[in-house]
Write a new protein. Structure first.
Length: 586
């Protein structure tokens, strides 16, 4: 009996020591979007009045170390120095793993039961991902979803993170889970993330899976990884307008060369079978260090993979690929098909300590003065989005940090949209149980096209202990935000999309036909379309970490909507409440 007690005591001590150890397996491990290290990086840079290249995700531990190491410690405030120590405690300790020499196997068990309540069944849950709009049960009615928060429905009820690392340069990680699907979570009377019904289970798992390899040197490093989804380009409050982690993809591959002041990414994104997005991304911090600039070029091709788009010094637009994939039959109506050009730019300015000003711009179609001289040019809509914000972050004497952010977003009616769904900047995944509503997402902002939005956030955070935040969100959504891809006509037995102005002027003799003047009028307008839905959401949320194993989170939202579901004069309001309790074994 004494031996048994002694063994149990040793195991308990080992479990506690494991829990208190750090949180990384090796330097090439990727930290997902939403990890507290990204907030810490911005807090510390705000504390010294500098910009950082670490505004994308996921990043490797080695890259994040380089950015933190570049922060001048002696210029930090006392609260900044304490946070800096927390960061390096995270990096330097090693998480528990089973060692086989240079090979390590890591694992964990995370349980996160969640309870939810919504008072009005006519308002969508606020955590949804179906941003192209809801479909009524009869399949004939569409409306803008009020699910604007950009979360992936909810965390699973039970997950099992697993990792396999080789030395300090290679890691493979995945997280199988047991949880509800988006369709199960979005049911009006849902109250928990426990999948008690077989049809509500999520079978697309794991959602998190990647392999990462790389090497960090003195002042630069390189990383190559392949992952399922979850990439983000740009740090914002409501989701990046350029590329957001909520974009659902089959896989992406990223080649990343980085230093503290210059960074280059090549991203190859497989949205679906024979549907690839190629992105070149260059970030620069000039010598004076308080400004960061980005330029990005991308091309979506609805065709098999091609090498020509990988050349980092080649302008992809120069290939003229919009003429390469259109059949003679399609060219009668589409002119250009199966290709979407994409461009983005952003800036981060830190004019003084604790204040960050940022702006992001993205476009997939802009007509020049020369192009506007022709009827086809005038029928091509300017498709772009702009996102700007001001973020005020400052510490207090109690080692906490105050956060205040004001952000605005505008997207034009045809932003992310091209002549056909297959070469527009969105994805759709049908549920394996055959539910009528596919899970849809845009490449960038969860708000999608045809919207004007703003959010004010005020909060206080004691890193890795507790936080409290209050938010007010306003979003105005036009009717181009949803249902466009359902508009088709059949000509000579073949189906064509019939929503795009440049196409509709060619659909002579059909119900979708427009004259050149009507097509130009539709294309050139930049105001919100149709009956505009006005969503207002006031949210109070908080988190509390009891210890290294237990955490609690709660959220209370009051939403009131004018022209609900894009129906003129319809008003709806209601309360949403959610609570979760997280247990982490190791």
């Amino acid at each position: 009996m004494n031996k048994l007690k002694k063994i149990c005591s040793i195991l308990i001590t080992l479990a506690v020591s494991i829990a208190l150890q750090a949180h990384v397996y090796n330097s090439q491990q990727l930290l997902p979007d939403g990890h507290w290290m990204y907030d810490a990086l911005y807090m510390l840079n705000a504390d010294v009045g500098r910009a950082t290249l670490g505004d994308s995700a996921p990043l490797s531990v080695a890259e994040l170390k380089m950015y933190f190491d570049d922060i001048p410690y002696n210029k930090l405030s006392e609260s900044g120095k304490r946070l800096y120590s927390q960061v390096w405690d995270f990096f330097t300790d090693k998480k528990f793993a089973i060692n086989f020499g240079p090979v390590k196997v890591g694992f964990n068990v995370i349980a996160e039961p969640q309870l939810m309540y919504k008072s009005n069944k006519n308002i969508d849950w606020s955590f949804g991902t179906d941003y192209t709009g809801k479909i009524a049960p009869d399949g004939k009615d569409y409306w803008a979803s009020s699910s604007f928060l950009g979360n992936s429905a909810s965390n699973p009820f039970l997950s099992l993170p697993l990792s396999l690392s080789f030395g300090d340069s290679i890691i493979i990680e995945t997280t199988p889970f047991f949880g509800k699907s988006f369709q199960g979570m979005s049911k009006q009377r849902n109250f928990t993330n426990l999948p008690y019904n077989f049809n509500d289970m999520e079978f697309l798992w794991p959602r998190t899976a990647y392999a990462s390899v790389g090497k960090s040197f003195n002042k630069w490093g390189v990383n190559l990884h392949i992952a399922h989804e979850g990439m983000r380009i740009g740090k914002t409050q409501t989701g990046s307008i350029i590329y957001n982690s909520t974009f659902e993809t089959d896989a992406y591959v990223q080649f990343n060369v980085y230093s503290p002041y210059v960074k280059y990414n090549l991203d190859i994104v497989q949205i679906a079978r024979n549907r690839f997005m190629y992105i070149h991304n260059l970030d620069v911090i000039p010598y004076f260090k308080w400004i960061k600039l980005r330029i990005l070029e991308g091309t979506l091709v609805n065709a098999p993979f091609e090498f020509r788009f990988l050349n980092p010094l080649m302008i992809m637009h120069s290939f003229g690929a919009w003429n390469d994939y259109t059949t003679p039959e399609e060219s009668k109506y589409y002119d250009e098909a199966h290709v979407c050009a994409y461009m983005g730019a952003s800036f981060d300015i830190t004019p003084c300590k604790y204040l960050r000003l940022y702006g992001l711009y993205a476009q997939n179609e802009i007509q020049s003065k020369h192009e506007l001289k022709s009827a086809i040019g005038r029928a091509m809509p300017d498709s772009f989005g702009v996102q700007t914000g001001a973020e005020f972050t400052f510490p207090d004497k109690h080692n906490g940090w105050w956060l205040c952010t004001l952000e605005g977003v505008y997207t034009s009616p045809f932003f992310y949209i091209k002549h056909g769904a297959e070469w527009s900047l969105y994805s759709a995944r049908q549920d394996m149980q055959g539910n009528s509503n596919p899970v849809c997402s845009w490449i960038g902002t969860p708000f999608g096209p045809d919207c004007i939005g703003a959010q004010l956030r005020v909060g206080y955070r004691h890193m890795q202990k507790w936080s409290c935040t209050m938010e007010y969100l306003f979003v105005a959504h036009g009717t181009n935000s949803f249902g466009l891809f359902q508009n088709t006509v059949t000509i000579n037995g073949k189906e064509y999309y019939s929503y795009y102005p440049a196409v509709r002027r060619k659909l002579v003799g059909t119900t979708a036909a427009l004259t050149d003047e009507e097509a130009a009028s539709l294309a050139r307008t930049l105001r919100l379309t149709g009956v505009v839905q006005y969503t207002n959401c006031i949210t109070l949320k908080g988190t509390y970490m009891i210890n290294n194993h237990f955490a609690f989170a709660a959220r209370l939202s009051y939403m009131f909507i004018f022209n609900n579901k894009n129906k003129l004069g319809v008003f709806a309001h209601g309360v949403e409440l959610s609570t979760s309790f997280t247990y982490t074994l190791l």
